[in-house]
Write a protein of this length. Structure first.
Length: 217
């Protein structure tokens, strides 16, 4: 009897010990799983927060950079599509011309420094070859007085100012104004004989001044 009782006690102790060990192992495994899950969730949350902060910084920086790095320029003259264009803040004149459809066949594009950087709000005018030949700059006929407008003592009727024109025989205030108005409306004089197309200047006046005037120089 005692042997059987002892045997039962030993069997009970073995079962109890095994159950205790198994329970402890499961509890530890569960605790480890929970700890690992918490770490994963914490890391994921930090990564998402960091990602959102980075995205916000990038988006904000992009918007500010766009405002600072764009300029508006007006391209006109001998180009195919004159107009106002938005360009990069680092754009050059040749890029502005390209946005305007490029230059026309009669453009004097070599008269411009196309490597120059553009500035916000500027006007880029491309003259024609004819305008360049006549000394017309930026679409306007220059009105300059003085010795620069004389070619070997002759008055350049394409560029002379009112006072220089009045030094010619038979040319007063009214005729000088008419000469300037004519060349501005018609792009200048092609030959000195064109002066007779100006109102008030006929053969008599022209013959007095033809040896004193020029359209070049």
């Amino acid at each position: 009897m005692k042997g059987k009782r002892l045997k039962r006690i030993c069997t009970f102790l073995c079962i109890f010990t095994a159950a205790a060990v198994l329970t402890a192992g499961c509890a530890k495994e569960k605790a480890d799983d929970l700890t690992e899950l918490e770490l994963e969730q914490t890391g994921q949350g930090q990564a998402e927060t960091k990602g959102k902060e980075t995205e916000g910084a990038v988006n904000g920086g992009t918007e500010e950079q766009k405002d600072e790095d764009t300029v508006f320029v007006y391209v006109c003259g001998a180009v195919n599509t004159p107009g106002v264009y938005e360009l990069s803040g680092k754009a050059r004149v040749y890029e502005a011309i390209a946005r305007a459809g490029g230059t026309r066949a009669d453009a004097a594009s070599e008269s411009l420094n196309q490597a120059r950087a553009v500035t916000d709000g500027e006007r880029i005018y491309i003259p024609t070859l004819e305008e360049l030949e006549k000394g017309i700059v930026d679409g306007e006929v220059p009105e300059v007085t003085g010795s620069d407008q004389k070619d070997e003592g002759k008055i350049n009727i394409n560029t002379a100012g009112k006072e220089d024109l009045k030094t010619l025989p038979g040319i007063g205030d009214a005729k000088a104004d008419s000469i300037i108005s004519y060349r501005e409306m018609n792009g200048g004089f092609q030959a000195i004989e064109d002066l007779m197309n100006v109102e008030g200047i006929k053969d008599g006046v022209f013959n007095k001044i033809k040896d004193k005037i020029t359209v070049t120089g």
